[in-house]
Design a protein around this ligand. Structure first.
Ligand code: AMP
Ligand code: MG
Length: 340
């Protein structure tokens, strides 16, 4: 019988018994669905190669795509990675938070985690359940997004259950993710360069470092950085067709008209300023009526999933202004469209 004295903790508040059980699974080499502030992760003991291998297998993820190691604090981060002066400043400014740092790895990190690279990706997630789980497990957790490789990232526990329910021993339900897009992946040295735009904007990173922060993708398009071979492997987010719905997805700018065919699904930013195109239309999702990029990021993947579930012949997605979180949102939309 339920104990009326102690109602279950609200989502996001750690239930010690549930966290302890999930931590025991991790220590035994099993996988756990873990909420973070960005998206849900598929977590494994990062120091256990067999458990890490199970992550790649469950996701269908190619072994050349390295995993992010999640730790509880900076001190634990430096047990897997060697900090640099830039890293120390960024960790102090942004952890816990959606910034992943690429740093030289230490010998305890299995090759499988880094895909054989001599660097490791590390971050401290800003979510009470994730932090409680890492502390209870007592080991760093390798955790890519908890989706099948190349598909839309999960932002609720139900999304994890849908795609990877059979692969996990437990899923901790932390409610919907607050940020909604993955972490920013930053190579700190020799110059700071964003390999994947995400929840921590380049503007904020540059303000802390007091120096410009490049964007690998943009540099690649501009042809000023040869992102081939080793470098492409170093930034596997550059693979096209990531975050893909099943329906073909096409991009439009705010100025382009919406399609007239009512069967086509539409993903709009503000839903205003687009003429008559959206009025009275079914199969439409508006990310932020007020034009708030943070709100748009939070709801982006769930909206894409809802539209995809309608099995439309096509999804038309409107790109957002480029600055701030727009960089991460447009990056995900471009990849969903199969563009690099
Ligand atoms: P996910 O875990 O799905 O959010 O993806 C993690 C991403 O982090 C990878 O796809 C890479 O883009 C990036 N990453 C992880 N480790 C490294 C590394 N050692 N060097 C460069 N990028 C990395
Ligand atoms: Mg992913």
């Amino acid at each position: 019988m339920a104990d009326e004295q102690s109602p279950p903790p609200a989502p996001g508040n750690p239930d010690p018994a549930e966290v302890a059980a999930a931590a025991a699974h991790l220590r035994a080499g099993r996988l756990v669905g873990m909420p973070t502030e960005t998206v849900y992760g598929l977590a494994a003991n990062a120091l256990d190669p067999a458990a890490v291998l199970a992550v790649f297998t469950a996701k269908g993820r190619p072994r050349f795509d390295p995993l992010i190691v999640h730790v509880a604090d900076a001190e634990q981060a430096w047990t897997v990675a060697v900090p640099s002066p830039r890293a120390l400043r960024l960790a102090a400014a942004f952890w816990p938070g959606p910034l992943t740092l690429i740093l030289p790895r230490r010998a305890c990190v299995p090759d499988l985690v880094t895909s054989g690279l001599d660097t490791v990706a590390v971050r401290v997630p800003d979510h009470p359940l994730a932090l409680a789980l890492i502390r209870a497990a007592g080991v760093p957790l390798a955790a890519p997004s908890a989706n099948r490789f190349g598909r839309i990232s999960p932002t609720t526990a139900a999304h994890v259950r849908e795609q990877l329910g059979d692969a996990v021993a437990a899923i901790l339900d932390g409610g919907p993710c607050r940020i909604g897009v993955e972490s920013t992946v930053l190579r700190c040295d020799p110059i700071p360069i964003v390999l994947r735009p995400g929840g921590c904007t380049r503007e904020r990173i540059a303000a802390v470092l007091q120096e410009p922060v490049a964007l690998a993708d943009r540099e690649a398009r501009a042809g000023s950085l040869a992102l081939s071979g080793e470098a492409a492997r170093e930034a596997p987010g550059l693979l096209a067709s990531h975050y893909a719905p099943r329906a073909p997805l096409r991009l439009k700018s705010a100025a382009d008209p919406w399609p007239t065919d009512p069967a086509i699904a539409c993903l709009a930013f503000t839903g205003v300023g687009t003429g008559a195109g959206l009025a009275g239309r079914a199969r439409t999702e508006v990310l932020s009526p007020t034009g708030d990029l943070a709100e748009a990021a939070t709801g982006l993947f769930a909206a894409l999933r809802r539209l995809d579930a309608l099995q439309p012949p096509e999804i038309i997605a409107e790109t957002v202004p480029e600055g701030d979180l727009g960089e991460a949102i447009n990056d995900r939309l471009r990849r969903a469209a199969g563009l690099g």
